[in-house]
Design a protein around this ligand. Structure first.
Ligand code: 5AD
Ligand code: SF4
Length: 455
């Protein structure tokens, strides 16, 4: 009998990837994914701890689950409730104390042991807490990915040794670890055989990748991308998320040499002020960042850039904030994420004395976001009238109400969602194909166009 599995995911691509792998791990036990928690046999909350109020959100979601779990128990059935991810890692004991009806709490390094944990929960009463960093790698124990998506994620690296002073990742995800090249290539080949045309390799610090190659040498990310580009049918490659310190020359050269590597890079800078970068322990200056961007643009002139920013880091002055604004103006970003600094207990920055008042943080965030929004709009507008390759991945949900009839969804090289009117006959045939689209209209974060060639 199939059992209902509901997974709710917060946070980064890594968590999205982890969630789909958890679904793969429990599939052989008869669990099939369900959109809702109602009546589910297993509910997993895959949590993120990186900013604001993660644990409050979790406890309110758990509270909503409790009556559903009791309803099921009244019918003599069981709803297993699990909390996974970085909040689980950081606050495992607290979760078990405040929500004792949670059956399993486990960190990001242990989800390959899910079948075992489920067995333990079903056999005995009392919960399971599994937030070790086990000696066996989950990557060696996971089944092959099964999804048939056009655009697939592949995790190649995990953890972080950088210890930026604001960030919990080194504590929740553990030390930097790279998978071996042979296993990565094998997984990429399976993905391609199942229909993937675009692969995004993932890691908290993906460009710190240093996996063991089949030749016994240590491979960097540049070399890995060149090898992945040799796999038949892989038309597009991307990687995320990177650190400026690890943008080595070979990786930059890959942007010049590997046509499959898309002209888009998310490269977090956090701040444009050297004093703040120093206090953040970023180990690079604002000029280092500018130089990297210059090299990237020399290697791949059409590359579009994205970044992460934190405003209101402890000690940030008006002049520091102005330096961030200047950096943004100088570089020009196609998209970006920006956040107010949020104090994470246990990180060095949480103990810094000069915390910036929230009203100041708010004002700086607004100013920065207005500029970033304007740059994004201008970038999207600059594509109107141009013909660009779009990789189609599905028939769009028509939720905007702005369009008549069905639409096809795809991605531009620069990551924007791109929509065209679906051809009348068998629009699904476009899925998995990269076709030339002439952009007719730009929106804040998406594009609208029409096929420039017969579909
Ligand atoms: N406060 C605000 N933003 C943060 N980020 C990470 N930790 C914090 C924090 N404590 C942001 C950084 C990072 C992105 C994933 O989240 O900008 O690049
Ligand atoms: Fe966090 Fe810094 Fe590591 Fe990124 S590089 S995961 S921001 S510690």
């Amino acid at each position: 009998m199939t059992k209902k599995l509901h997974i709710k995911t917060w946070g980064c691509q890594m968590n999205v990837y982890d969630s789909s792998r958890m679904a793969d791990v429990v599939a052989p036990l008869g669990y099939a994914p369900s959109e809702t928690a109602e009546g589910a046999d297993l509910v997993i909350f895959n949590t993120c701890h990186i900013r604001e109020k993660a644990s409050e959100k979790l406890f309110s979601e758990l509270g909503r689950l409790k009556p559903m779990q009791q309803d099921k128990a009244a019918k003599g059935e069981r709803m297993i409730v699990a909390v996974a991810g970085c909040v689980a890692q950081a606050e495992g004991a607290e979760i078990q104390r405040r929500a004792p009806y949670v059956d399993m709490v486990f960190g990001p390094q242990t989800y390959h042991q899910l079948p075992e944990m489920i067995a333990r929960v079903t056999r005995q009463s009392g919960g399971v807490l599994n937030t070790e960093f086990p000696p066996d790698s989950k990557f060696d124990a996971l089944p092959q990915q099964r999804n048939g998506d056009v655009s697939a994620f592949l995790s190649i690296q995990e953890g972080c040794d950088k210890f930026c002073t604001f960030c919990v990742v080194p504590y929740t995800r553990g030390a930097e670890y790279s998978r071996g090249v042979a296993a990565i290539i094998a997984e990429a080949e399976v993905l391609a055989a199942n229909g993937a045309r675009e692969i995004t390799v993932l890691g908290q610090n993906v460009n710190a990748f240093h996996g063991e190659g089949p030749d016994g040498a240590v491979w960097g990310l540049g070399r890995l991308l060149r090898r992945l580009a040799d796999i038949p049918n892989i038309k597009r490659l991307r990687y995320t998320t990177s650190h400026p310190r690890d943008m080595d020359d070979d990786l930059i050269a890959a942007h010049r040499d590997v046509p499959q590597l898309m002209p888009f890079l998310h490269l977090p800078v956090q701040s444009g002020a050297d004093a703040v970068l120093d206090a953040m322990n970023r180990k690079h200056t604002s000029d280092d960042y500018r130089r990297i961007i210059d090299k990237l643009r020399a290697a791949r002139p059409d590359i579009a850039l994205s970044s992460d920013f934190i405003v209101g880091f402890p000690g940030e002055t008006d002049a520091d904030h102005a330096a961030t604004m200047r950096l943004v103006r100088d570089i020009g970003f196609a998209s970006a994420f920006s956040f107010k600094y949020s104090r994470r207990p246990g990180t060095p920055a949480a103990a810094m004395v000069q915390q910036v008042p929230e009203t100041v943080q708010d004002a700086r965030l607004q100013e920065l976001q207005a500029l970033l929004r304007a740059q994004q709009e201008a970038f999207n507008q600059s594509l109107v009238g141009k013909t660009i390759p779009v990789l189609f991945d599905g028939v769009a949900r028509n939720d905007s109400g702005r369009h008549e009839g069905r639409q096809m969804h795809g991605r531009a090289p620069f990551m924007q969602s791109t929509y065209i009117a679906a051809p009348a006959a068998a629009p699904e045939r476009l899925i998995g194909h990269e076709l030339a689209v002439t952009i007719t209209q730009a929106r804040q974060s998406s594009l609208i166009g029409e096929l420039a060639q017969a579909g």
